[in-house]
Design a protein around this ligand. Structure first.
Ligand SMILES: [Zn+2]
Length: 475
């Protein structure tokens, strides 16, 4: 990851994240909402916009949109649908049904693992368009021989989540999308697969002199299909805009396309203004006015969100780092970790194991009591860190009690007096090395620890060996 460091300029970014909802059917008709089906099989007169057909809003899609609003601390408000008029062959109606000045969710926020907060301007409902494939010419529209259109996606429910321009770096943008994805996954409204287009990101980017409160002219970057693309595009765009301004030129407000292979953005078209779309209220749909009872039902049905889970774990995880706590929650291991801590296992050791030794599928099903017993064997000095790791991997693969596994692996407790005898023998066998240790050359410590491991077939605790040697060298 390369950080963008330019003390004279500041990056200002707002993100628009389109999230495809995982409802069974589309937003205004009963057609199946599914990715990868045979083209043009999930279609009907409504989603094809045939004359005389009438849309009916999908109640489940409204509920999912409300879940998103509640999870992002938005106010859920009465809303209406608008027609956004523009021509594109993958949109059979020549307008997209969206929400305009009265969206369902307004004014919320998202807290990131690093403690920063990004405001959410709005999160509104709209329908997705179909999909056009340009054939020939490497998929580029102007070189293609012909185009194919698939309307299966036309009318799939989307929620567009628009952030405030609070993001200041590519890393923060990436963290925002990761966190948003984790929230959407937790509340079960989307499969959040960026590679299948379930989550699509557009970025509004501008720069300004460090210390300025004014906003510069922004460019909107499209086609950010992965976190890596988002990060690279922002880095590129930041440098491009600074280069123009420092050369005395100005930034053009426009829509730009991210080219992943070339690693740069290119101008697509001048940015549309709202009046270009001739928005007007959709006359075929009634306003969406969820009752307070429905809203509170949705609110109380939300599971604990990642930020709450991080806070709960951090409160119990001793001096574990914020980053480690975030990793544990991201892997869904916080329930296991908190249960192990609750029965008395050392918090930092438990978190360390979760971060370094439990990055495997199914680790969350580990028995918390047995996990805690293993950590206790280690903190009581009955197992070395290396042995504990081996026992843990055995527990993950085959299950079982950690003490039994340790015994089966031959990891019997090596008491300190037995280890002291080994250390004394090593000193007797290696007088020259011991003299160097006494004279303060601590590089030979590794040699002695290695010899002790060899002599005990790895059963010695390196920390105890080091302590014994220090004691003898200083006396
Ligand atoms: Zn349909």
């Amino acid at each position: 990851m390369t950080a963008v460091v330019d003390t004279a300029w500041e990056m200002v970014v707002g993100l628009e994240v389109h999230c495809e909802l995982s409802t069974a059917t589309k937003l205004f008709c009963g057609c199946r909402n599914a990715f990868g089906d045979v083209p043009n099989t999930n279609i009907c007169p409504v989603c094809l916009g045939l004359p005389g057909s009438l849309p009916v809003v999908n109640r489940r899609a409204v509920e999912y949109a409300m879940r998103i609003g509640e999870a992002l601390h938005c106010t859920v408000e009465p809303s209406i649908f608008h027609r956004k008029n523009y021509f594109y062959p993958d949109m059979p109606k020549d307008y997209q049904v969206s929400q305009y000045d009265l969206p369902i969710n307004v004014r919320g926020w998202l807290d990131l693992p690093d403690g920063s907060r990004v405001g959410v301007t709005r999160a509104h409902m709209e329908e997705d368009t179909g999909k056009t494939t340009h054939v020939g010419g490497g998929g580029r529209i102007h070189e293609a021989g012909y185009a194919l259109v698939d309307y299966n996606r036309a009318g799939v429910p989307l929620v567009e989540i628009v952030s405030d321009p609070d993001i200041r770096s590519p890393d923060q943008a990436r963290a925002y999308v990761s966190e948003l994805r984790a929230v959407l996954e937790a509340i079960d409204v989307s499969d959040v697969k960026m590679e299948e287009g379930s989550l699509r990101v557009d970025a509004n980017v501008s720069v300004r002199r460090a210390g300025s409160d004014e906003f510069g002219t922004r460019a909107e970057i499209k086609n950010l299909n992965s976190l890596r693309s988002l990060q690279r595009a922002l880095e590129y765009e930041f440098r491009r805009q600074i280069g123009l301004l420092e050369a005395g030129q100005s930034i053009v407000q426009e829509t730009r396309h991210w080219n992943e292979e070339e690693g740069r953005t290119a101008s697509m078209r001048s940015k549309e203004e709202a009046y270009d779309y001739r928005y007007f209220p959709e006359p075929d749909l009634v306003p969406v006015e969820p009752s307070e009872a429905w809203r509170s039902e949705v609110r109380s049905s939300l599971p604990p969100l990642p930020a709450e889970r991080r806070a709960a774990l951090a409160a119990e995880a001793g001096s574990s780092s914020t980053a480690d706590v975030a990793v544990v929650v991201e892997r869904g291991l916080d329930t296991l970790v908190r249960a192990a801590i609750a029965v008395g296992a050392d918090p930092e050791r438990v978190v360390t194991h979760a971060v370094h030794n439990l990055a495997v599928e199914g680790a969350e099903h580990l028995d918390a009591r047995r996990f805690a017993s293993l950590v206790k064997l280690e903190t009581d000095g009955k197992l070395t860190a290396t042995q504990a790791k081996k026992v843990l991997s055995e527990m993950l693969e085959r299950g079982g009690d950690p003490a039994d596994i340790a015994a089966a692996l031959g990891f019997e407790a090596m008491d300190e007096s037995a280890l002291a005898a080994v250390v004394d023998q090593l000193i007797a066998d290696n007088p020259a090395e011991f003299d160097r240790l006494k004279s303060g050359d601590h590089k030979v410590m590794g040699f002695f620890v290695g010899q002790a491991m060899k002599a005990t077939q790895g059963k010695a605790d390196g920390k105890v060996v080091t302590a014994l040697l220090r004691e003898r060298a200083s006396s």
